[in-house]
Design a protein around this ligand. Structure first.
Ligand SMILES: Nc1nc2c(ncn2[C@@H]2O[C@H](COP(=O)(O)OP(=O)(O)OP(=O)(O)O)[C@@H](O)[C@H]2O)c(=O)[nH]1
Ligand SMILES: [Mg+2]
Length: 315
């Protein structure tokens, strides 16, 4: 992709902002050409920002895939919303994504106001163009017109419109030498990806509330061994969920291990021995202090387990 027509080298941060499930992570992966950010058919998959670097002869873009823009109802969602807000606050260019098959996946008015207040160059990417039906067209055009930003149709899964999107972004970036090394696409450590790939398999293979109660943490990582030894703890919130993650005779955890090991091996290009263990960390999603210990950044006034509306809610 070569989009810059003037001589200046351009480089900057581009935030992918949008409601859950509109395809932000799929787009990040498609733009970078690697599986960096986990994707699932379920909403609220991404919990922390994931960055990918796209380097070309005349520009370098750091794309930030962030959690979906949600109305937080408990502590983990507050951390997710903060991560999304921070990505928007740091961006040189904002790409607001909507799911073209569901015009109602527009960010809410308050969010739109705060995006406008940022007054950063903003584009709208209408995703899932491969699925948009003609009867949705009118409603979609009306919704997009109301946004008032230039809009492009894309399909992250089919790879359509992605070159055009990059071509629109590049002239909006500041003139700057590359901000990151020119080789390499990821900015996060291997451990992060190992944890995320196990969680992605959990999102795929487990149902209802269970995948939302899963959190993965590496507790042993031995790169000097062959195969590389990676020990990961899968935390759940309740004893009953532990049984579900393990499955009858260990069948579920075996499947989770097989699928995630393959993804980790592909990323690091080496054979991996993956050891998974399941532990209960009671109600971790609703406990701000616990979440901070686990490395999540929360707003100063994050609500605790007994305050506010803490009904479990997904999607
Ligand atoms: N048909 C079609 N499906 C898509 C497209 N882009 C993404 N999807 C699907 O949409 C679902 C959600 O994709 P994600 O990339 O996880 O969405 P997200 O916006 O990152 O979601 P959160 O992390 O929950 O905020 C997945 O099942 C994707 O395969 C597209 O262009 N066309
Ligand atoms: Mg995502």
């Amino acid at each position: 992709m070569e989009a810059n027509t003037d001589d200046a080298y351009r480089s900057g941060y581009v935030a992918l902002a949008g409601r859950p499930n509109v395809g932000k992570s799929t787009l990040l992966n498609a733009l970078i050409g690697e599986h960096l950010s986990i994707v699932s058919a379920k909403a609220q998959t991404t919990r922390e920002r994931v960055s990918g670097i796209l380097t070309a002869r005349s520009y370098q873009i750091l794309f930030i895939d962030a959690p979906g823009l949600i109305e937080p109802r408990y502590a983990l969602q507050e951390a997710m919303r903060l991560a999304a807000n921070n990505a928007i606050a740091e961006a040189d260019v904002i790409v607001v994504m909507i799911d073209g098959t569901r015009p109602e996946t527009m960010p809410d008015d308050e969010t739109l106001d705060s995006l406008r207040a940022r007054s950063a160059p903003t584009l709208v990417a209408i995703n899932k163009s491969d699925l948009i039906e003609s009867r949705t067209q009118a409603r979609l055009s009306e919704a997009v017109d109301r946004l008032g930003w230039p809009a492009l149709l894309i399909s992250a899964t089919a790879g359509e419109g992605l070159d055009a999107l990059v071509e629109r972004i590049v002239p909006l970036l500041p003139e700057s030498p590359p901000l990151f090394p020119e080789e390499g696409t990821a900015t996060q450590p291997l451990r992060f990806f190992a944890e995320e790939f196990v969680r992605e398999s959990c999102m795929d293979l487990l149902r209802d509330e269970v995948p939302y109660s899963v959190m993965c943490r590496v507790d042993e990582f031995r790169e000097e061994r062959d195969p590389v030894f990676i020990g990961i703890i899968i935390y759940v919130e309740r004893e009953s969920q532990k049984g579900i993650v393990i499955g009858r005779g260990g069948s579920a955890i075996k499947k989770i291990g097989q699928t995630s090991r393959r993804k980790i091996e592909e990323l690091i290009g080496r054979r991996v021995y993956l050891e998974l263990r399941v532990k209960v960390l009671a109600g971790w999603r609703r406990r701000p202090a616990r979440l901070r210990q686990l490395g999540f950044q929360l707003p100063a006034n994050a609500r605790g387990a007994n305050k506010g509306n803490n009904r479990p809610r997904v999607g």
